[in-house]
Design a protein around this ligand. Structure first.
Ligand SMILES: [Zn+2]
Length: 234
């Protein structure tokens, strides 16, 4: 009986708030979820994992020692991916992360180098931001990947240091020093030659990833790789 009323309520809610595609805002039809079939077919995959040397490799070459760097999709202004990331980040639609994680895990099934990864590490959100938003936008994506690829998710190793409030009053060198120490690592248990896969939403300048990776590399015998939902060409 309850199911019957639940169903009515669900349908009424759908009439008032119909499900729309998170990529293009068009109404979703029966059988579609998260994004419409058209957007699903138009997702701009990078195929980084099938390329010998990709754009991110070039970006970090000589700056960061890493095993591999891959992004799932290309990020274009006012494109499907920008809408997906926006909805994931600001509209509390974590199901987008879950969906993309599962989709990417399927792509990565035959990617041999990911099989050496020992831990998935999400780029942490600052505590204050986490409190305001209530969630880290990358967590659902990470959890989905972790389950599908059978790699443990480790949220306690990398963390963000507390912000210094009046940064503007500080000198340029002081600010640079603060920027460098935005992230830090703690070692909750003994690692033996860990291979950390650092996961973030969008890679643009690469500064955040670089700062995180450098901290992770302070752990003895650590290897770092990078994976993001999207790559913004600059
Ligand atoms: Zn669409």
């Amino acid at each position: 009986m309850f199911n019957f009323f639940d169903k009515i309520q669900e349908n009424l809610l759908k009439l008032i708030y119909p499900d729309v595609c998170n990529g293009c805002n068009k109404l979703l039809v029966k059988g579609e979820a998260i994004i419409c079939t058209s957007c699903l077919h138009e997702l701009p995959y990078t195929f980084h994992h099938e390329t010998q040397i990709n754009e991110i490799d070039r970006k970090f070459y000589g700056i960061l020692p890493f095993s591999f760097c891959i992004s799932m999709l290309y990020f274009h202004k006012s494109g499907i991916v920008q809408n997906l990331i926006h909805n994931l980040k600001y509209k509390n639609k974590q199901e987008i992360g879950t969906f993309l994680g599962a989709l990417y895990a399927e792509e990565l099934k035959d990617f041999e180098r990911i099989k050496n990864v020992t831990h998935l590490i999400p780029v942490p959100l600052h505590k204050k931001r986490l409190h305001e938003r209530g969630y880290n936008q990358i967590d659902a994506f990470c959890e989905s990947l972790a389950v599908a690829l059978d790699i443990p998710l480790e949220k306690n190793v990398l963390y963000r240091n507390t912000y210094s409030k009046s940064q503007t009053k500080k000198s340029k060198t002081e600010r640079a020093a603060i920027k460098q120490s935005l992230f830090a690592v703690r070692i909750p248990y003994e690692f033996s030659a860990p291979h950390f896969l650092l996961v973030d939403d969008v890679i643009t300048s690469g500064a955040t990833i670089e700062a995180c990776a450098k901290e992770l590399l302070k752990i003895p015998n650590a290897t770092v790789s990078i994976l993001t939902i999207a790559y913004a060409q600059s």
